[in-house]
Design a protein around this ligand. Structure first.
Ligand SMILES: Cc1ncc(COP(=O)(O)O)c(C=O)c1O
Length: 506
């Protein structure tokens, strides 16, 4: 018998269910409670469990991007607790998968109710929550765009993006799509054609259907090396231009080889917010040539930017929309694709065009419905921009205090902080360094001890990305900024020696 078969799971611990809420003032007792409980496991110590990770798990996922991954034992609102009773302020909320807070009692209780009534149901049947959430989404999109549409469900982000691609192919007869450099649409074999990083594809042979990629309006690191004040959105004009002349290779005056452009309205890579008129400058040219517009709202939808959908800020209306992550507040991988009604008319997109066994899982549809109802009951259109402005103003104060902060930006509660020198040369890997400092050290704020989870991104891993839970209080923002300031104080002296390669980064 192999050694790991001796390990037993303490079912007492994992079946503990609670919908209690705690405030940030009470967190220490909660952390200690959960940490102590895990330490008390009789047959599998944390070291045993970490040994399982070393010996039994493929490390092909993203856990071992980090040298010292957190061993999570609990979570609540915007906090995460680990096995050593540390409390982490989570500034990223699982890459915007839990916009409405961990263990949100109003959402969780609905999932528990479903668990006790219809925990399983074959996807070939109908059930109440699936239909009710479909109606909520269809109505909300109609209110915002005037477009009638239909939805279908799938599992996780990549697969609904693939469903979107199927809808494009079925309706346009074209396989080729366009995307933006820096965009991310998943890591399945089909969505790897769209995600920009070469690194994700390089080990897996050819991708004959790889998307055409255009430079995005990433103004702190412009592809064309222009300045925002004087560029007149050169990048947007170049996209338009590419469609103007048959000799540029992808379009003529009336047609295009491209079926769709897939857009992340604000990019998850660096939480980059393009200028408000960026998309308007080229979308009409694409539409005139029959190109469909897909808005991938998987990361930036669900009020992250202060509007239900991020595209609402940018003056265009998509033909297809994808949602995942916070669609169920991270309680289930059920995801959704909405498409204009004519594109998925039952005579066009016939039964069997899309399917996955778990696509309509009733725990997921219940989570989505509860999340949606919770979301609409709040006033996020007011509170998120107000809190975002407050958070951004605090980030600006940190920029003044720490000269290696090159720029800060935000839209609602999607914010970024870029590390670069005064010429704009990025401090490569500086955000990763900041994240490790924040995660592995104790910081004090108002007499309590905190650690912090920081999300990193940017083309040179030189961007901190902030996506706190949307119900964060102003006191919690102050605490977050107070701890971040201390992280930056530690980071500053390390930059020139550790993260800035000799000669800078070109
Ligand atoms: C915008 C966007 N699209 C698609 C995906 C892929 O989702 P998943 O990881 O669930 O496949 C992600 C995931 O981060 C994303 O942010």
């Amino acid at each position: 018998m192999s050694e790991h078969q001796f390990f037993e799971i303490d079912t007492d611990f994992i079946s503990e269910v609670s919908t209690e809420t705690i405030s940030w003032q009470e967190v220490e007792s909660k952390a200690v409670k959960d940490g102590t409980k895990l330490k008390a496991l009789p047959t599998a110590s944390v070291e045993d469990l970490r040994r399982i990770d070393r010996e039994c798990l493929s490390w092909g996922d993203t856990v071992h991007y980090q040298e010292n991954p957190i061993f999570v034992t609990g979570c609540q609102q915007g906090l995460v607790f680990d096995n050593d009773s540390n409390t982490y302020i989570d500034t990223g909320m699982w890459h915007s998968s839990c916009n409405f807070g961990y263990r949100n009692p109003q959402i969780e209780s609905e999932v528990l109710r479903q668990f006790n009534t219809l925990p399983q149901a074959c996807g070939d049947f109908l059930h109440r929550e699936k239909l009710l959430i479909a109606k909520q989404v269809v109505d909300a999109i109609y209110e915002r765009t005037g477009l009638k549409g239909r939805v279908s469900f799938n599992v996780g982000g990549s697969l609904v993006v693939e469903d979107a691609l199927k809808i494009v192919r079925k309706n346009t007869g074209k396989n080729k799509v366009a995307v933006m450099m820096g965009g991310y649409h998943g890591r399945s074999l089909a969505t790897l054609n769209l995600s920009s990083s070469h690194r994700y594809r390089q080990y897996f042979n050819e991708f004959p259907e790889r998307a055409i990629m255009f430079p995005f309006a990433n103004c702190s690191q412009c592809f064309y090396e222009k300045e925002r004040d004087t560029c007149d959105l050169y990048c947007a004009r170049m996209i338009s231009k590419a469609f103007e002349n048959e000799y540029y290779g992808i379009a003529s005056e009336i047609s295009s080889e491209i079926g769709a452009m897939v857009i992340e309205p604000c990019q998850g890579r660096g939480y980059t917010i393009p200028p408000k008129d960026f998309y308007q400058k080229f979308i009409t040219d694409l539409r005139e040539r029959g190109v469909l517009i897909v808005a991938d709202e998987i990361q930036v939808g669900m009020y992250r930017t202060g509007k239900l959908f991020a595209f609402e800020h940018f003056g265009f209306v998509p033909d297809i929309i994808t949602l995942s992550k916070s669609f169920t507040n991270g309680l289930s991988p059920v995801s959704l694709v909405w498409a204009r009604a004519d594109l998925v008319d039952p005579k066009v997109f016939t039964p069997g065009h899309a399917h996955s066994n778990f696509a309509n899982h009733p725990l997921g549809t219940a989570a989505a419905l509860a999340t949606w109802r919770y979301m609409l009951a709040q006033d996020y259109e007011t509170s998120v921009p107000a809190k975002g402005e407050y958070f951004l103003a605090k980030l600006r104060q940190l920029q003044v205090l720490h000269p290696f902060v090159y720029s800060v930006d935000g839209l609602g509660l999607l914010l970024n902080m870029v590390f670069a020198d005064e010429r704009g040369l990025p401090y490569r890997n500086s955000a990763q360094l900041a994240a490790a400092i924040a995660q592995d050290n104790d910081f004090t704020w108002l007499g309590k001890t905190w650690r912090m989870i920081l999300q990193t991104g940017g083309y040179d891993l030189n961007v901190l990305k902030f996506a706190p839970y949307l119900d964060i209080s102003y006191e919690e923002i102050d605490c977050t900024i107070g701890v971040l300031d201390q992280v930056l104080q530690k980071l500053g002296p390390m930059l020139s020696t550790q993260s800035m390669p000799i000669g800078g980064v070109k």
